[in-house]
Design a protein around this ligand. Structure first.
Ligand SMILES: NC(=O)c1ccc[n+]([C@@H]2O[C@H](COP(=O)([O-])OP(=O)(O)OC[C@H]3O[C@@H](n4cnc5c(N)ncnc54)[C@H](OP(=O)(O)O)[C@@H]3O)[C@@H](O)[C@H]2O)c1
Length: 281
């Protein structure tokens, strides 16, 4: 991927244009994080995903500046941690994110996980205010179930442009994806290569061999071919290019079905809820 934001494949949702491939930065820290962000942008990435919880917003901002890529060409997402969902806290937390990133606004601000201890409508009103105040161009949610999507879209005065969820071939997310589509929201897949597990998958490797692609590329292609945004993370420069080179081949209907069949009951990797109760039923 060595094209500018204007030509990079994007998904459109409620006025937001989200590049289909972004760099995930969870667990990237310090100099290595700044260098990886800078490299990714130089290679043509135009979408970076961070969060206040990742403790790397300063380094993400640094990588953005040293890359030399114009701010207006990069789609930057950050997320507010659920302990900051009380309205005043949320606004303060959003301002703190911008201070760390050294930006005047982010392109997308997400609620990181649901927090049943604070009324959702109050949190969404605060999120809408943050958008009105010009701190975020777009707002959305993460880790929301299909039921919470219904509740949130009904309660929010501002469009919610996406739901960022765990999404890869080993997990059937069809129910929540259908809810997002019904409401015109983009789906952003986190852990899109199943934390690296896809690299050793025999089915993905066999399909990849037929297209001269790696198992990880087939895994990512499977998602973007469904218009699902992917934000793979890597600390290795050569994998930055590999993970973005997924727009020059297409999977057949039969291959897509074969990959869908890899989903299984215990496919979820990230299972955490702020309330301590499972959120997925
Ligand atoms: N909203 C949420 O609650 C939430 C939760 C989790 C994650 N996220 C976001 O989603 C991003 C991605 O998810 P993730 O970090 O959990 O997992 P992931 O991107 O599915 O996998 C990352 C792992 O895969 C390896 N890898 C990357 N590219 C590879 C390739 N081409 N071949 C083989 N291995 C490869 C990486 O190792 P190397 O570094 O050695 O390449 C790393 O260990 C995060 O970084 C974060 O931004 C959001």
């Amino acid at each position: 991927m060595d094209h500018a934001k204007e030509t990079a494949p994007v998904v459109e949702a409620k006025g937001a244009r989200i590049p289909l491939v972004g760099l995930g930065t969870w667990d990237l820290r310090g100099r290595a994080c700044a260098r990886t962000v800078e490299q990714a942008l130089r290679l043509g990435y135009r979408h970076i995903d961070t969060a206040e919880m990742y403790d790397n917003e300063r380094e993400v901002g640094e990588g953005l500046r040293t890359s030399g890529v114009k701010r207006s060409e990069v789609f930057v997402t950050t997320k507010i941690w659920p302990s900051h969902f009380a309205p005043r806290e949320l606004e303060r937390a959003a301002r703190d994110c911008l201070v760390r990133l050294r930006l005047t606004e982010v392109d997308l601000l997400l609620l990181h996980w649901p927090n049943p201890q604070i009324p959702l409508a109050e949190t969404l009103a605060a999120l809408a205010k943050v958008k009105h105040d010009g701190l975020a161009r777009n707002i959305g949610v993460s880790n929301f179930t299909f039921a919470l999507i219904e509740e949130a879209t009904w309660a929010s005065s501002e469009p919610l442009v996406c739901n960022q969820i765990e999404c890869h071939p080993y997990l059937d997310q069809s129910k929540v994806i259908a809810a997002c589509r019904r409401h015109g929201m983009a789906v952003v897949a986190y852990s899109p290569i199943a934390r690296g597990n896809a690299r050793n998958d025999k089915v993905l490797a066999r399909i990849g061999a037929a297209h001269k692609k790696t198992a990880a590329q087939v895994c990512l292609r499977f998602l973007v071919q469904q218009e699902i945004v992917v934000i793979p993370r890597t600390s290795k420069v050569e994998r930055l290019s590999e993970n973005a080179a997924i727009f020059d081949f297409a999977l057949s209907g039969k291959e897509m079905a074969e990959i869908s069949a890899l989903a299984h009951r215990n496919g979820r990797i990230v299972d955490w809820s702020f309330s301590g109760r499972p959120q997925w039923d």
